[in-house]
Ligand binder design. Sequence first.
Ligand SMILES: [Zn+2]
Length: 163
Amino acid sequence: MSILKILYYPNKKLKKKANLVYKIDRNINKIINDMFETMYLANGIGLAATQVNINKCIVVIDISKKRNQQLILINPKIIKKFGKIIMEESCLSIPNISAPVIRSEKIILQSLDYYGKQFELHAESLLSVCIQHEIDHLNGLLFIDRLSLSKKNYIKNIIARNL
Ligand SMILES: [Zn+2]
């Protein structure tokens, strides 16, 4: 396995829309394993392929404290959303910044697994928020894009000062 390089905001590659995965082979499995290794090393709970400059619809997630509950999403699609939730979010691509974001509280999702088999998942609270955050990455969206313009500009200024 190898550690992948994480892209940081304002890298324009983070705005790219990811392509669907049509064939799940050893190459895709290696990307997934590398993404988990990279995410664990960075102490993240989720990582989208877009963040490591791989233009494919792949997400890895592990919200467990013991770091032993891996969730792999390939070509994930949210088919239903319920309710609203506000959680403080952060992102491996925007270090040292966090802000409350409004998202759907519960979601129903369709995705392919590590072997290319389709499955359906019902997620709520932190897992639901994490999945929505990562799917946003696949669409070229960052959590700061979901904030009010004034809040986003405030954060942009902080980041610009620290670059
Ligand atoms: Zn993120």
